[in-house]
Design a binder for this molecule. Structure first.
Ligand code: ADP
Ligand code: MG
Length: 479
């Protein structure tokens, strides 16, 4: 492959990273490699089948578009699993005669350093190691730096409780399931538990992102050490899984279910974070969902202004440990707390900019400077996460029918319209898919939901009264 191709690839990756954001990028694309560009087709490889199918179903168009922005000749993307190639070429057990003939080409195919001791690389090794070693932890995310406020008191208390529990203590809530929107402190809390638990030394705490869980497991199956993997997982005291909403794939889910059951039944603590409640984890089957809901489920709300201010103050203090001259007057902090409403990440981003500006120019931090620096982080209030139950409740009330009417199979006009309105609102105000919405409306088919959405979309253009009703409903739901 030419250097020019590699350059293009670097630029495509950069573009992709900007478009999907750092988190998504590192979850799904970090291990994607360019294999070849031939006749308008770009061949990319990823290490697992799971990644391949995920990228194919969620990001195929985006990847293609990024390539086309770079190189208009590209017409097609082909994704392959790179380990499949490697595995075919790798003997499961190195045969003695191969090992002896280390000097020969055939045995040295995988020998990158030429010292003859290097054994064939199997993808599973790294996967296993990473999976069992846990995902990387950020040393800043501890209980000490976690600020407690109204929206997270319960989650914090529960997290503290499980972190300090001793091996012999009865397990109080299992699993502990924490859910909240982006940037509201889930990862912070989970890593705090991991640090604190491991520091206490009572029980081994393993922190895994769902993606790492899948990657480790898929690799383990490939190298036929699934049993060893399970044994190792079962040997740990506390399992912490972050971003469970990313857990995908039937076999992974089955394995997740086994692991969960095995750990819980053995009295080990399981802690999970996700961006949605268990009932909304569409792709998991009912048994897993109910097992997840069977422990303690806690939601963390949006950070209130007071809490944002406290977080900022704590951050400035922490920054001053390294930059003693960094001083942010209280009015500036209050201004940021008031206007940068989005989430914890934006608060951090805002302070980082002030710090950078202060360091680079030597100018003190003033309100004017802050206004200039954080302008683009000021966003309208993040829309509230709307729940399907709330939609059903409020629509039912509005039209004077019962919620079970909406879920029933009745087809009289007085329930059909409200039901369609509710489905329409579910589609427009939540991120739920059509099949999920169908399921939540009494087990209807996704085509029924689609029909309802189209119907209402068609009507609101012509029917002013209906359009207004829907506006009012939306406003009630988003308050
Ligand atoms: P999530 O995992 O829910 O998306 P994170 O845990 O990554 O969110 O939090 C985003 C940022 O906000 C992190 O820098 C985190 O330290 C900070 N943050 C969120 N909540 C708090 C809190 N209660 N106290 C201190 N920092 C917080
Ligand atoms: Mg997180």
């Amino acid at each position: 492959m030419s250097n020019a191709d590699q350059d293009s690839w670097s630029r495509v990756k950069e573009r992709l990273r900007v478009e999907v954001g750092d988190d998504v990028y590192s979850s799904w694309f970090a291990r994607m490699d360019l294999e070849a560009i031939e006749e308008g087709a770009v061949r990319l490889s990823v290490p697992t089948r799971f990644l391949k199918s995920w990228i194919q179903s969620h990001y195929a168009e985006k990847v293609l578009a990024c390539w086309q922005a770079q190189d208009t000749q590209v017409g097609r993307i082909e994704l392959i699993v790179r380990s499949a190639v490697l595995r075919q070429a790798t003997p499961v057990k190195p045969k003695p005669e191969l090992a002896q003939s280390a000097g020969h080409d055939s045995a040295n195919r995988f020998n990158s350093n030429g010292n003859g001791h290097h054994r064939p690389v199997t993808v599973g090794d790294a996967g296993m190691h990473e999976a069992l070693g846990g995902s990387p932890l950020d040393p800043r995310l501890t209980f000490d730096s976690f600020v407690v406020g109204r929206s997270n008191t319960l989650a914090h208390a529960a997290a503290k409780q499980v972190a300090i529990a001793r091996r012999t203590d009865p397990v109080m809530f299992n699993p502990l399931y924490i859910h909240a929107g982006v940037g509201l402190g889930k990862t912070h809390l989970l890593q705090a538990i991991t640090w604190a638990g491991n520091a206490a030394g009572e029980r081994k705490v393993l922190y895994l992102t769902a993606e790492k869980f899948m990657y480790g497991f898929v690799s383990a199956i490939r190298t036929q050490t699934a049993l060893a993997f399970k044994e190792a997982l079962r040997g740990i005291g506390v399992l912490v899984i972050d971003d469970l909403q990313f857990l995908q794939g039937k076999s992974t889910q089955a394995e997740f279910c086994h692991t969960l059951n095995a750990l819980i039944d053995a009295g080990r603590q399981v802690i999970i974070a996700s961006d949605r409640p268990p009932s909304d984890l569409e792709s998991l089957d009912d048994r897993v969902r109910s097992r997840l809901a069977g422990g303690l489920v806690v939601e963390m709300g949006t950070l209130g202004e007071e809490l944002r201010l406290e977080i900022l103050k704590a951050r400035v203090l922490a920054a001053r440990a390294h930059h003693p001259s960094f001083d942010v007057p209280l009015p500036v902090l209050s201004y940021i707390a008031k206007t940068v409403t989005h989430n914890g990440r934006d608060l951090e981003g805002a302070l980082n900019r002030l710090l950078a500006h202060n360091k680079l120019t030597g100018h003190p931090v003033t309100l004017e400077m802050a206004e200039r620096e954080v302008r683009d982080l000021i966003r309208p209030q993040e829309p509230k996460r709307v729940k399907i139950e709330d939609i059903q409740r409020i629509v039912a009330r509005q039209y004077n029918v019962s919620r079970s009417d909406l879920l029933s199979s009745r087809r009289t006009a007085n329930v059909v319209r409200p039901r369609q309105v509710a489905m329409y609102l579910a589609k427009t105000l939540t991120l739920r898919s059509l099949p999920e919405i169908g399921r939540r409306f009494g087990g209807r088919d996704h085509t029924t939901v689609l029909h309802a959405v189209r119907k209402i979309e068609g009507l609101v253009g012509a029917d002013m009264a209906l359009a207004e009703e829907i506006e009012i409903l939306k406003r009630q739901l988003q308050e």
